[in-house]
Write a protein that binds this ligand. Structure first.
Ligand SMILES: [Fe+2]
Length: 192
């Protein structure tokens, strides 16, 4: 009989949901404790052996580790040297590095979002993430990041509310513009 490590995806989900409830769903206030819970799960020795396949907007080999309609934990593999452009999510999202290395950029908007197709972004975080580092995207309008896997064995954990926007914005920070695309279109176009 296989013995499950004590800190499971379900335990992580329960701890994070309790933490968010304690902080009235204020992710900024909950972030230090949420980060600790995610890092506990990142020490799990065999997350890649768990999970149920899912469709991914930007990565490969993506599986659910925990899912309910209001919260999920997934793990996925960003292709090595595949640059995923800056994009939004429609909700907050926490990212943790399980294996490998990830070039990661997080952005904030300087404009008020009133002009369609226009976005003035500034980088607020730019680094190479390694296990067990965590980064948390806040709720919209600053739910924007881009990343590139740097090794063949890079795997990232992502946790969010289950409310990813079906229509995503893809930004060109230099031109201060964005285009909207259905959330699976970018990955589908890349694999053709
Ligand atoms: Fe993303």
């Amino acid at each position: 009989m296989t013995t499950m490590p004590s800190y499971s995806p379900r335990r992580c989900a329960q701890d994070i949901l309790a933490c968010l409830a304690k902080h009235h769903n204020d992710m900024a206030a909950a972030a230090p404790q949420v980060t600790q819970h995610i890092q506990s799960l990142l020490h799990h020795p065999s997350l890649l052996d768990l999970g149920v396949p899912r469709s991914s907007a930007h990565t490969q080999d993506s599986v659910w580790l925990y899912y309910d309609p209001e919260f999920f934990i997934l793990i996925s593999h960003p292709g090595k040297d595949v640059a995923v452009p800056a994009h939004n999510h429609g909700t907050w999202e926490a990212i943790g590095l399980y294996h490998g290395a990830l070039r990661y950029s997080r952005y904030q908007r300087r404009d008020d979002g009133a002009k369609p197709g226009y976005a003035d972004l500034t980088i607020v975080e730019e680094r190479v993430m390694r296990p067990p580092e965590v980064s948390i995207l806040p709720a919209p309008p600053n739910d924007i990041h881009g990343f590139t896997g740097l090794t063949d064995d890079t795997y990232i954990l992502a946790l969010s509310t289950g409310a990813y926007s079906p229509l995503r914005h893809y930004y060109n920070p230099v031109e201060k513009s964005y285009t909207a695309r259905p959330q699976y279109q970018w990955n589908a176009a890349r694999s053709k």
